[in-house]
Design a protein. Sequence first.
Length: 359
Amino acid sequence: MLNSIAIIGRPNVGKSTLFNKLTQSRNAIVSDFSGLTKDRNFGYASIKNQKYLIIDTGGITSEVNEFSNEIKEQAFLAAEESNLIMLIIDSSEELTSDDLNLFQTIRKLNKEFLVVINKIDIKKQSSAKDDLMQKGVSDIIEISAEHSKGIKDLQTKISKQFDQLVENDDEIKGTKIAVIGRPNAGKSTFINQFTKQNRLIVSNIPGTTIDSIHVPFSFAEKDYIFIDTAGIRKKYKQSHAVEYFSYVRAMHSVDESDIVLMLIDATNGVVDQDLRILNLVRSYGKPVIVALNKIDELSKKSILQLIETKKFQNSALNNLHVVKISALHKHGFKKLFNKILRVNKLAKTNFSTGRLNKL
């Protein structure tokens, strides 16, 4: 089994920066916006010739807001799933009650854990390390994730923390399906139905999903990976880091996928932004399936009227497989997966020149 490490801490202590440093990627969006990571984010790290699954989590805080309980639930689910927990502390700030509460909670989990003090490059240092040592924490790793200071020491400590390191070079395998669409089209609700747990935070607030989240699962004895992407807005502002990186990440997800599943909110009909997204996706040359979601909220007459609209007849939808579903009530899932299997098989088929000339 692949050893896994959960990165835990309050908001803005540098968890995602450390995640990116360990996995040598930009898999987690990094920003000064507090609470940017909502779901768990997964990535691989190679440390001392061993492969690890690194789990980035949302910032845990005592403040109550729309997502605080769900973020906490996701973070501790990651902690329970992991073999090692890293508690990240910001050295430029004094210890907070949130830091101490997290420390006490993690200790009660009876799991291997490391206390990592981050941001040691900042001139103004707090007494956080001394305060932790006074509370009996003697084994503390000091790093600057942003400037790569202490990262090698941390990697050495991680490798030593495991009693037995089991080499496992198996990547998570399966057909990659990028799930895209406008904000609030029902993408996360759809994915949660297949994974049998609230893997992704679901809210009526558009744009709840910020990162592109990889979710492996099996269906009918076949392996798949859903890539849940941020909802693509009508206009993204490059000056706004969250929206810009979310847009770029969605396009990267399309590029790495085998199939693209475009969810359209049937209650709103096909709008211009749906067509823009479809045209953009088709430029990547990926096979596309369109799922009309929330179909349970429409009458048969309304569905027929939707299909007959000019926008539904747009060239962006030409020759695409269209399936009607209800993510909330699991309607149309069997038919959808039959389409996915068929499209995936066709996409992998090599046609001879003679056969292509006959098409």
